[in-house]
Design a binder for this molecule. Structure first.
Ligand code: FO1
Length: 307
């Protein structure tokens, strides 16, 4: 069964790992958000692609949610001591990947090209595609000014309320090679339980991607990132209140207007306001087993007409 998963952030990586486990090798294509990418200490960092790569390979830090397990921070400490930027926590093991990717990009390789090589080096058969090889950067418009994603999220601890978002570069970006073909050839499309505004909308902002999903022949199912109106982690509930006017499953579904055949929601939301078909299950991904169970339920929802 060919499955495409749109993924960003920690929730995306968790569900992608579950899908990876329950599907046959080679059946899954993950399309990852690049709106969070940044250049820091001369390195190109693609946090959302890396979260998926590390989770699939089983080398992710499950406590922190991002980066590698068993991480040390000597290089960053040294850089800080030499007057370098120290606000974005790059671990020693993580930096190894950023060095390889940054060199490849400097040598003219595309982001999708180097991502494919990293996946191969990790021994994975899942396909991982950045939404675009072009420069696309999410900007948060707040009462305190407009900030690139990581500056708002990490440096300013996402404390500023968000009035609007911009996906700089999206209008002139092109889908990375293979993205449209993967969507067109998919037998199921899954939108992971990621923040719609900062993780999924930047993918959909790449011209051609939303249109390809709208024209799908397969079913498209999203997993709600909210449980009982609250984000599992991060600022999504506050953002939804301000930008969408609420945090019910109906508000989540409206973030994906025209794209969904069903929304997978948690049992605690079973009686909340919905908009369209819903599938009710336990959506909290506490470990890899929970990820597999949610992946299976989500795939079932892509195969049948839920009531
Ligand atoms: N998140 C933080 O809250 N603080 C950090 O210093 C930080 C560093 C970091 C380094 C590499 C990486 O792949 C992810 C990192 N993250 C950090 C997570 C990242 O900011 C977010 O999880 C995603 O961008 C949200 O989608």
């Amino acid at each position: 069964m060919k499955v495409v998963c749109l993924s960003g952030g920690v929730g995306g990586a968790k569900l992608a790992a579950g899908l990876h486990d329950v599907l046959e090798p080679g059946e899954l294509t993950v399309i990852g958000n690049v709106g969070d990418d940044l250049e820091v200490l001369g390195l190109h960092v693609s946090p959302d692609l890396d979260s998926v790569l590390y989770a699939l390979a089983g080398i992710n830090d499950t406590e922190r949610g991002w980066g590698r397990a068993g991480e040390t921070w000597e290089t960053l400490e040294s850089a800080r001591a030499w007057g370098g930027e120290g606000w974005f926590m790059l671990g020693d093991r993580d930096i190894g990947l950023h060095l390889v990717r940054s060199q490849a990009l400097r040598d003219g390789e595309s982001l999708s090209g180097i991502t494919a090589r990293l996946v191969l080096a990790a021994g994975l058969e899942t396909r991982m595609l950045p939404a675009t090889d072009d420069r696309l950067r999410t900007q948060l418009v707040t009462p305190a000014g407009t900030f690139p994603f990581q500056e708002w999220f990490v440096a300013r601890r996402h404390e500023d309320e968000v009035d609007a978002l911009r996906y700089d570069g999206a209008d002139v970006s092109r889908p990375a090679p293979g993205v449209i073909e993967a969507i067109e050839g998919a037998e199921a499309i899954v939108i992971s339980p990621s923040n719609p505004y900062v993780s999924i909308h930047p993918i959909l902002a790449v011209p051609g991607i939303r249109e390809a999903i709208e024209a799908r022949r397969s079913r498209c199912v999203a997993v709600s990132p909210l449980i009982g109106g609250r984000a599992v982690r991060g600022p999504l509930d506050r953002m939804m209140q301000r930008l969408a006017g609420g945090t019910t499953p109906a508000h989540v579904a409206r973030c994906y207007d025209g794209l969904l055949d069903a929304l997978v929601i948690d049992a605690v939301d079973a009686t909340a306001e919905t908009d369209g078909a819903v599938v009710v299950t336990d959506t909290l991904i506490t470990d890899r087993d929970a990820a597999r169970r949610l992946a299976e339920t989500t795939l079932e929802a892509t195969m049948e007409n839920p009531s």
